[in-house]
Design a protein around this ligand. Structure first.
Ligand code: MOS
Length: 743
């Protein structure tokens, strides 16, 4: 009956055509007709020490080279507010500030920006800037080598849930005992689009900045805080992002540099990092988790302890929510956790897709699997046996949790019941076949968001909010919510994002955009509906004069009387007859914390993986994956599926490929390029099946949407690890599982 029914439909991206035809512009693709300058970043060749001399004469003597910015001509300038904090930095931390002194604190630290009339000239001139250094070779590098320096963060509390029961005693009394140390190394963000900023210098001295970011408001805030003393106005725009995965949550140094050059030279400036420099501003931290599990003879978890160690820099304390998953995933009355940081001479780690969740769930899901084998119970059955009916960490019921259905539907699709329990018992020719399972979980959050909607008398609706679309499908899914809520054909609806002139939205991260921006779009469209209806009631001879909003439906651009659908007015007619050209609303949507705080809110998944391992060579291929996800209401199953597919691919990559190799003597990530930093190619990826399990949630937000930007990757590396064990009988507790670890 309703024709404008879009939520739940697998629509293609409204921005898809623009993307594949090159019409979609990214931060480095904006230009001005004349006068753009190009900045090239010089990265430090040493890891630690001091710059003792800089000679820029040769570089500056070239015609077309405009300036070389270093700490010698930047630091201490009056405009620089040393007290700034960016929104995503740890509170009370001390973010790295480029060009502030002669100290070198990490490999590839940016030490100069060479600005010239062309990119090539800037790059060439950069090779002519001469530095002298005093090298400090007493490096502190390597997580496991420096565990004796592990400590609590000094400036804030690390996220560790409080102990419950008595984990030590319960472990001692357990019939089944397991302990294992689970390690994964650093990983770097490698989105297709490198970090880039184009700062356009406007005639009035204001700036229009095109930045690669996960939140324009955040970049704007940062620029205002740093340059506020001399900058009159700054607008930040970011219509498209070529992937970010968390690397765009913090303003990166190219933003600072492009703005610095534009303001100092009073010329527009563009700074694009090289692929190598993408390895210079944060990474998923190397992490070690020491897990101890006790279970009863019949496979009930009695005790879980997890002591985690993660890397951070010498100048900032980065932590993630790593250990709490060990107390959340299953029913266990006795738990005890700890998390310490190990400061090293590397750059500060940075959020990377499902930060902490990917890490913590990997370890607990491998450890639980090992315990299941020790108990002689099927790993899937073991998980069901220890199902958490409530969140024991926070002692709260779940707003919804269809994880059981994820297990059932995933197992069914995968054919889990045909699994032979013994390791090394399944083969395919020369390959050992292994089937593994793991659980995934991620938070379902809602943030405050503002959105604006304008309905014009020609029946077109424009909705805007300063959020971003980092590839997640925000453009199309928000268009669907707007079109359905206001009852308009989708081609009459435009959703705009990525501009600080639009109503404020938080960073796109934490999987909260669909839920948060979705709620704002829903709310603002409902406000338009009410205004429109009130208008409709007041037109001459209105058929709705005695009706309430409940008595009508809004569909296909018409207000229709429920009891007699022949009676209707089109929106266009209502507005024309009321002499109104536009109806405009601006709404802030806030999470209902009173309601939400009474519940634990998470998405869940069950990941099933088949691997084939060459018996002689130890090469691992993931041949099948089924990921069954419960994430509340799915706005667009097509883009949602893509999110989960991407997550699974990255999980496989985390398990088998990705590895930022840190040389402990040099303090450098040695494979800082895409030739040596391995990511999966098409040949590595076979069948991936995504199931969305039906889940109704009345708590998370009015739409019942939980979000799924991150759940797709969580649990995947554990499922691969568990499958590799099942295939080979060998437990590798150290990611990535490269063939040398299996031989
Ligand atoms: Mo995600 S690491 O919250 O961008």
């Amino acid at each position: 009956m309703i024709t404008t029914n879009y939520i739940g439909q697998p629509l293609s991206r409204v921005d898809g055509r623009a993307k594949v035809t090159g019409q979609a512009k990214y931060a480095a693709e904006f230009n001005v007709v004349n006068g753009i300058t190009y900045g090239f970043v010089v990265s430090s060749p040493i890891t630690k020490g001091k710059i003792t001399a800089i000679n820029t004469r040769q570089a500056l003597s070239l015609k077309g080279v405009l300036q070389v910015f270093t700490h010698e001509n930047v630091s201490g300038q009056a405009w620089f507010d040393k007290a700034y904090q960016d929104q995503d930095a740890p509170k009370d931390g001390s973010p790295f500030r480029p060009f502030q002194n002669n100290e070198i604190q990490f490999a590839l630290q940016p030490i100069a920006l060479v600005v010239a009339e062309t990119f090539e000239l800037a790059r060439y001139a950069a090779s002519l800037v001469h530095f002298e250094y005093e090298v400090d070779d007493k490096l502190v590098v390597g997580l496991e080598q420096n565990l004796d320096t592990a400590r609590k963060p000094k400036t804030y509390k690390v996220p560790v849930t409080k102990p419950r029961g008595n984990a030590e005693d319960a472990f001692e009394q357990s019939a089944i005992k397991h302990h294992g140390n689970y390690y994964h190394g650093s990983e770097h963000h490698n989105p297709m689009e490198m970090h880039a900023t184009t700062a356009i210098y406007e005639e009035d001295g204001s700036l229009t900045v095109y930045d690669k970011t996960q939140g324009v408001n955040n970049s704007q805030q940062y620029v205002k805080q740093v340059f506020g003393k001399i900058l009159t106005k700054v607008r930040v725009i970011s219509p498209f992002v070529g992937g970010a995965f968390g690397s765009g949550l913090r303003p990166q140094y190219q933003l600072f540099m492009a703005v610095l050059a534009a303001l100092e030279l009073k010329r527009s400036c563009k700074v694009v990092l090289t692929r190598q420099q993408m390895f210079s501003f944060g990474h998923r931290p190397a992490t070690l988790q020491k897990i101890i599990i006790g279970a009863s003879a019949n496979g009930k978890l009695q005790s879980i302890m997890n002591k985690a160690f993660s890397e951070t820099s010498q100048f900032e304390e980065y932590t993630e929510n790593i250990v709490n998953w060990s107390g959340y995933m299953y029913h266990c009355e006795n738990v005890n956790f700890d998390h310490q940081i190990v400061p090293q001479d590397v750059y500060t780690p940075l959020d990377m897709r499902a930060p902490g969740g990917v890490t913590g769930v990997y370890a607990i899901e491998c450890a639980v699997d090992e315990t299941a084998y020790k108990a002689g119970i099927d790993p899937l059955e073991f998980r069901v046996l220890n199902y958490a009916e409530k969140d024991l960490n926070d002692d709260l019921p779940f707003s919804s949790k269809e994880l059981r259905q994820c297990y059932i539907q995933g197992a069914e699709k995968f054919g889990w019941n045909k699994r032979s329990p013994e390791p090394r018992s399944m083969r395919d020719g020369h390959s050992l076949v292994g089937w593994g399972v793991a659980t995934g979980a991620w938070e379902a959050q809602q943030m405050p968001v503002r959105a604006k909607a304008i309905l014009s008398a020609d029946g077109k609706l424009t909705v805007s909010s300063a959020t971003s679309d980092i590839g997640t499908g925000t453009y199309v899914s928000m268009t669907q919510v707007a079109a359905q809520t206001l009852g308009l054909a989708i081609q009459n609806v435009i959703f705009k994002l990525g501009d600080t002139d639009m109503p404020m939205a938080p960073l796109q991260g934490g999987s909260w955009t669909a839920s948060s921006v979705g709620s704002a779009v829903y709310s603002v469209c409902n406000d338009i509906k009410s205004k429109l209806f009130n208008m409709a009631r007041k037109v001459d001879n209105s058929p709705f004069a005695d009706a309430n909003e409940d008595d009508v439906i809004f569909d296909d651009g018409k207000i229709i009387l429920k009891i007699n659908p022949q009676v209707y007015l089109t929106y266009t007619e209502v507005m024309h007859r009321s002499g109104v050209n536009v109806i405009e609303e601006d709404t802030t949507s806030l999470p209902n914390m009173q309601k939400q705080n009474k519940f634990s809110r998470y998405t869940h998944s069950a990941v099933f993986v088949e691997v084939k391992v060459d018996e002689d060579l130890g090469t691992v291929h993931v041949t099948r994956v089924v990921n069954a996800v419960a994430a509340g209401r799915i706005i667009n199953p097509k883009t949602a599926r893509s999110q989960v597919l991407g997550g699974v691919v990255w999980g496989i990559s985390q398990a088998l490929h990705e590895d930022s190799v840190l040389d402990n003597n040099l303090g450098r990530f040695m494979n800082h390029n895409l030739a040596e930093y391995h990511v999966p190619v098409n040949a590595d990826i076979k069948d991936i099946d995504v199931i969305f399990v039906e889940e109704h949630d009345e708590v998370v937000n009015p739409l019942g949407v939980k979000g799924l930007g991150e759940i797709g990757i969580v649990g995947v590396a554990a499922a691969v690890s568990n499958a590799v064990f099942h295939a080979t009988g060998k437990r590798v507790r150290d990611l990535p599982i490269q063939l040398n670890k299996l031989l």
